[in-house]
Design a protein around this ligand. Structure first.
Ligand code: SF4
Ligand code: SF4
Length: 342
């Protein structure tokens, strides 16, 4: 069975306990934060097991190469401390069960992964994707299963992820461009943390978009928009890709408005909180996030994840802020989609 690679010594010598000090849902000073992490890796009780809302952010806050959230998750599972009612957990696990139904395009050495998000098939169109489409794959057979770490369940991805890796490998692709953070993070963070080897090169679609927009410079024109970016929880598992948001916006003449809840202080969309912790937490997070977007003067809210888009589009629109996926914004900048009226 795959085992989490976690270096306890790094926590014992940690200068800042940033994982828990920076957590937006727990309140620890440096020494207590470090002490809690020591208790956690020793398998002792900690209030973190009850109060962590699985926002994933501590995976980014720890800059010492450890995996605090993956560890919290492991120990929660050991102790049987579920994050959601058992029926909801079971329902989510069933959704991702491989069923032998999937879709393949005309596969080449480079392919797009739509994971198990049908909306991604609709946005990956036009000149930005013409050098890779119709090389794609989609369906539960290629679904990363990372979402189950929200549910303190590591068994599901330990069982399914090696099969997913094998399924992708059997397609003969050498490079995969992932259109969802969570899938990309499965192969660049979670799998390596558990010692799983990846026989293809994972590429995040931000990096791909940046390169394509650079190549399409003759088509690009500045959009002169003010936008707020809704950073998803999954991006905390691949925080090194976040800098591409600013770089892409610079290329297409879009201003990211300064906000309280941006970059490492971003707030998640709240949808997973509703499933696990109820409406109060979801509403609190969403209302703070929306008010912050409104105060920032953003005209548009740019989404990376369709889960966030489903949760927040109507709410941001009710505040007079237009919702858009980042790929749609990039297609606008090369003249493939009309700009919404101001
Ligand atoms: S997980 Fe990282 S940030 Fe947290 S105590 Fe350990 S080394 Fe420090
Ligand atoms: S996952 Fe989020 S809520 Fe849980 S300890 Fe880490 S930063 Fe805090």
């Amino acid at each position: 069975m795959f085992k989490l690679q976690f270096d306890e010594q790094r926590c014992l010598n940690c200068p800042d306990g940033a994982c828990l000090v920076k957590c937006q849902y727990l309140d620890f000073e440096k020494d207590q934060a470090k002490a809690e992490m020591v208790k956690i890796f020793r398998g002792e009780d900690s209030p973190v097991f009850q109060d962590c809302v699985t926002c994933y952010s501590c995976e980014e806050y720890c800059t010492r190469g450890n995996h605090p959230f993956y560890l919290i998750n492991e120990k929660r599972e050991d102790k049987g401390i579920l994050t959601a009612p058992r029926a909801i957990t079971r329902q989510w696990i069933n959704i991702g069960e491989p069923k032998g139904k999937f879709q393949l395009g005309e596969l080449g050495k480079v392919a797009l992964s739509f994971g198990f998000m049908p909306q991604l098939k609709e946005v990956a169109k036009g000149k930005l994707f013409e050098d890779v489409m119709p090389s794609y794959f989609f369906g539960q057979e290629f679904f990363c299963n990372v979402v189950y770490i929200h549910f303190a369940d590591t068994k599901v991805f330990k069982e399914r992820l090696p099969r997913v890796i094998e399924n992708i490998s059997n397609l003969g692709v050498k490079e995969v461009i992932f259109l969802h953070d969570e899938c990309y993070a499965a192969f660049t963070s979670l799998a390596p943390a558990y010692g799983m080897e990846i026989p293809f090169k994972p590429v995040h679609y931000f990096e791909y978009l940046y390169k394509r927009l650079t190549a399409l410079q003759d088509l690009r024109r500045p959009l002169n928009m003010k936008v707020a970016y809704q950073r998803p929880c999954s991006n905390r598992l691949c925080g090194d890709t976040h800098s591409y948001v600013q770089k892409i916006m610079d290329l297409i003449g879009v201003s990211l408005v300064p906000r309280t809840y941006q970059d490492e202080n971003s707030l998640c969309c709240g949808s997973i909180f509703r499933a696990m912790y109820g409406y109060d937490l979801m509403k609190d997070v969403q209302s703070r996030n929306l008010e912050d977007m409104k105060q920032s003067g953003a005209e548009y809210c740019i989404f990376n994840c369709h889960g966030c888009m489903n949760a927040l589009s109507t709410l941001v629109a009710s505040q007079g802020i237009k919702p858009l996926h980042v790929i749609e914004l990039c297609r606008m900048a090369i003249g493939e989609k009309p700009e919404p009226e101001k």
